[in-house]
Design a protein around this ligand. Structure first.
Ligand code: SAT
Ligand code: MN
Length: 598
């Protein structure tokens, strides 16, 4: 198979493509140039083959629909591996396979798997081309769906190749659908080779290799050696009445409303004060210390890959505006008029349609066990350009990024964690991130109410031993002169009846207001054993139907409950053995002492 060498003189790149094509054996190789014309051609081709369905172009201009295979609707963490020479490098937080075994296993599946197919070459940049933050990747794939998604999610095409030049560094990203067989599926990361091999899947997080694979797993590994952070965080700017914008990066485990927070519309009383939210990103933050001594961040992505069920004009108006055009819809209900719908979306429940599996659907339909059949898969998604979001920050593609004043960690706890607290200092803040946890909800497997720890929301995404990752956080913090203040929030505290006490959604800005006022030294706080909390008077409750005993409950720190929590933290930490930085053990001991003494 000849590789068109008119495109680039990058010898290493050409050789790699040649080698991969030799293994996968495609009928032809096509370079993705990033042009509108090529994009439209590919769309047309995919519509002809049925890989995509064209949606109603009057109501949803530029939108297409895609269904994944039935057993291919989410990331498959048990098939995701970090392949380093030594197992200890990957740590207890990752599945590990030796590079030799991994390359061998995957090669057997890749062999001749692109026969009768085209191999697309996608040059992409995570972050604006030429920004000091950015990283270049080349993804080879046999899926037009992947090409079209990557065109939304990253900077793609000739401009990236040009930037790469004859010898630029790039991450090798190989993806093949093969047979879409879960028994022949592997998502492999080779951080020491700067390479990713993904085979047997067609689902977003497994195949859009610039996203979790490069921007978190590989990038976290790079950041460790290069002195920066690749984090699973949204980035927003909060503009206040003085038109000052304060930037926040926030990490939450899944199902905590990260995308909703990223696009928040202020409640009336705060809008009146002049507040406005600017969306920089909803999923990933790359952060580095600059010469001014501050921590600066970019969102390396140019698109959103968001969950649809539960998204509607009330929960996320800006998302609904964003996805009106040029959007790829995956695994939702297809209505008879070729528009789309999902559970808890806008509008009436359609009387009929075709469900995400391709079967005729109507409301109330049940499976053989009497369980209601959903029209949309619970993990159905939209892919849409950030630029279409009404709250998109004017700085989304600024190569300098934005300066971060606050880092916020969050969890889903029915009790224990108060609505918000501030860490005493950077080291205590790293401790706070390291003990992040959520209670398992009905939507997940496992015992309901059981606590699942997810440090910095990075458990599935940290490309190396998490104990070393904690050390990296502690160490890098020392290089930041203007350290961001670190907070923890919990929107999910419940009352005795199990009802959420805090209204959440747009009212979360009331908590962010306290956070940015803390950063700008405009408001006080009460010291507790776990950190600083606001006093009631410090949170703007204007227009909110909530009484003061509820607020007391939301801000309560129960020492006995927390002492129980410290036991669970000890147990969690024990998996890291001697690798755990002593600073974290010391923070744990200090917490126990404060809880006992107060
Ligand atoms: O991993 S995905 O990118 O598919 C979505 C997510 O889990 O955030
Ligand atoms: Mn995510």
């Amino acid at each position: 198979m000849a590789v068109d060498n008119q495109k680039t003189n990058h010898k290493e790149l050409l050789k790699w493509i040649f080698d991969m094509a030799k293994m996968c054996n495609p009928d032809k190789i096509v370079w993705i140039d990033g042009s509108e014309k090529q994009k439209e051609q590919l769309k047309k081709e995919a519509i002809q083959t049925g890989e995509l369905i064209e949606l109603n172009q009057e109501k949803l201009p530029g939108c297409v629909y895609h269904r994944t295979a039935l057993n291919d609707v989410a990331r498959t963490e048990h098939l995701t591996f970090i392949c380093t020479d030594k197992k200890e490098e990957a740590g207890p937080n990752n599945n590990w396979m030796s590079p030799e075994e991994a390359y061998k296993k995957a090669s057997d599946i890749f062999k001749d798997s692109m026969q009768g197919r085209t191999m697309y070459v996608i040059p992409f940049s995570m972050g604006p081309v030429e920004s000091e933050f950015s990283k270049t990747g080349i993804e080879l794939t046999d899926s037009i769906y992947v090409v079209l998604n990557m065109l939304i999610m990253a900077e793609v095409g000739d401009k990236v190749l040009k930037f790469l030049g004859n010898d630029g560094r790039f991450t090798q990203c190989l993806h093949g659908k093969a047979e879409l067989d879960i028994n022949k599926r592997l998502i492999l990361h080779f951080p020491q080779d700067n390479a990713i091999w993904s085979v047997g899947s067609g689902y977003g997080g497994n195949v859009l290799l610039g996203k979790k694979c490069l921007s978190l797993r590989i990038a976290s590994y790079m950041g460790r050696f290069e002195g920066w952070f690749a984090e699973h965080m949204l980035i927003i700017g909060v503009e206040d009445s003085s038109q000052k914008t304060t930037y926040i990066a926030a990490a939450f485990p899944s199902a905590c409303g990260k995308t909703n927070l990223a696009m928040l519309i202020p409640p009336q009383s705060l809008a009146k004060k002049g507040y406005k939210i600017w969306t920089v990103g909803d999923d990933i933050a790359w952060m580095r210390v600059k010469e001014d001594g501050s921590l600066w961040a970019i969102n390396p992505e140019t698109g959103f890959f968001g969950v649809l069920p539960g998204t509607n004009s009330k929960t996320n108006y800006n998302a609904m505006q964003t996805i009106k055009k040029n959007t790829i819809y995956t695994n939702v209900l297809l209505k008879d008029d070729k528009t789309v719908w999902w559970e808890d979306g806008d509008g009436p429940v359609p009387e009929s349609g075709t469900d995400w599996t391709g079967k005729p659907w109507k409301p109330g339909l049940k499976d053989e066990n009497g369980k209601i059949i959903n029209g949309a898969n619970p993990n159905s998604r939209f892919t849409a350009p950030i630029k279409q979001c009404p709250s998109a920050s004017p700085l989304i593609d600024d190569p300098e990024g934005v300066p971060i004043s606050a880092i916020v960690f969050g969890g889903r706890r029915a009790s224990l964690a108060p609505l918000v607290y501030q860490s005493f200092d950077w080291q205590h803040g790293v401790f706070t991130g390291s003990i992040m946890a959520s209670e398992i909800t009905a939507a997940q497997y496992g015992a309901q109410g059981k606590v699942r720890r997810d440090p910095m929301a990075m458990l599935p995404f940290c490309g190396y031993n998490m104990a070393e990752y904690f050390k990296h956080w502690l160490q890098t913090g020392k290089n930041i002169k203007n350290q961001p203040k670190i907070f923890h929030v919990n929107w999910f505290r419940t009352d005795k009846q199990g009802k959420f006490i805090w209204p959440g959604f747009s009212d979360n800005l009331r908590v962010l207001e306290w956070i940015i006022d803390r950063c700008n030294e405009k408001v006080g706080a009460v010291e507790t054993p776990i950190g600083y909390i606001p006093s009631q008077a410090d949170i703007d409750l204007d227009g909110l139907d909530i009484n003061s005993s509820d607020i007391d409950e939301l801000l309560k720190v129960n020492n006995d409950e927390w002492l129980g929590e410290t036991e669970s933290i000890k147990e969690f930490y024990s998996q890291f053995g001697d690798d755990l930085p002593q600073e974290l053990n010391s923070e744990l001991e200090k917490l126990v002492k404060r809880l006992k003494d107060s």
